[in-house]
Design a protein. Structure first.
Ligand SMILES: [Mn+2]
Length: 318
């Protein structure tokens, strides 16, 4: 309770609050950021509350970012949500505020800020924001728009309540949010929908994925393949979960060639822990869902080899 209390007190003290989150935002990043903004705007109408950062065209149905002039930071409280590392924070001006708060559910890899509230056991940062609201529900106001956003964030980060981080509490909170008058089914539909070209790329992934005898899988999406399907690197996020649908696949990594050179690696698992591997290759994340980087084909082989080893060990223990 005391961290939440400190957080509430700090919010009360400031008239300008600017909320940041990570680069290449996913639904939980935007939803926790803008959900918090909506709650604070409704609860403290006299305060100036902003949400900033690079946008993601595919998530415009959730929220749009605010333009904030540099001088506003001088007297501002900056809150960063859903971002484990400083390097991943979108909009460098987060440093220019008077005080800095970190709210997150990733492993606490990098300790930053004057106040940290990190809970790895929680499904999403959006869920954390609702925990915060519930702790001060006499003083805070939940709006329909905030509920819509936070619900979307939870749906996004839990894969529609599929992943193990989904707890009874997560469902209680989802049920609480559903009492507000927004179209929940439209949100799930929107988050699920893909374009025709991504659908065709999905076909390529299923046709060409490599799976070893223990269920460790990988696929490489080179610039050539991305060009063939007319898909930009950032549009590949919706294919990350596809290999998990295959019964024989226990863990997988998707390598996507970056326009600036090198490869983004997206690691996922149904059991074997993969975030330690991600950390060794300039990345990190959750136990079963991480991101990393490979400099060249040699590192691609090394990362896949490590995933194969972890998967084999995990299977032998069972
Ligand atoms: Mn998240």
């Amino acid at each position: 309770m005391s961290v939440k209390k400190d957080l509430f007190q700090m919010i009360q003290t400031f008239n300008t609050i600017i909320i940041h989150r990570h680069k290449r935002p996913d639904p939980d990043a935007i939803a926790s950021q803008c959900g918090l903004k909506e709650i604070l705007k409704a609860s403290f109408p006299q305060k100036n509350i902003y949400a900033v950062g690079s946008s993601n065209d595919g998530l415009k149905f959730l929220a749009r970012m605010d333009e904030v002039n540099d001088p506003l930071y001088q007297e501002a409280l900056v809150i960063v949500v859903d971002t484990a590392n400083i390097e991943r924070i979108s909009d460098e001006r987060f440093k220019n505020g008077k005080k800095l708060i970190k709210i997150d559910h990733h492993p606490n890899d990098e300790i930053y800020g004057d106040l940290l509230w990190v809970d790895q056991a929680v499904s999403s940062t959006s869920e954390l924001i609702v925990h915060f609201y519930l702790a001060f529900k006499d003083k805070l106001i939940m709006t329909t728009e905030a509920a819509r956003l936070l619900y979307a964030g939870i749906v996004g980060d839990t894969g529609r309540f599929l992943y193990p981080a989904t707890t009874a509490k997560t469902l209680e909170i989802a049920a609480f949010l559903l009492k507000f008058a927004f179209n929940a089914s439209a949100i799930s539909q929107e988050l699920l929908t893909i374009s025709m070209k991504v659908a065709k790329l999905s076909g390529y992934v299923y046709q060409n994925i490599n799976v070893d005898e223990n269920g460790a899988a990988y696929i490489l999406l080179s610039s050539e393949i991305l060009q063939r399907y007319d898909v930009a690197e950032f549009e590949t996020s919706s294919i990350v979960t596809l290999p998990g649908m295959i019964n024989e696949v226990l863990s997988w990594v998707i390598f996507v060639e970056k326009t600036k050179g090198g490869f983004r690696a997206r690691l996922r698992s149904k059991g074997p822990v993969i975030n330690k591997i991600a950390k060794r290759y300039n990345g990190g994340g959750h136990l079963l869902a991480s991101g990393a980087n490979a400099k060249n084909h040699k590192e691609i082989k090394k990362i896949y080899r490590e995933i194969q080893d972890a998967t084999k060990k995990w299977r032998n223990k069972k």
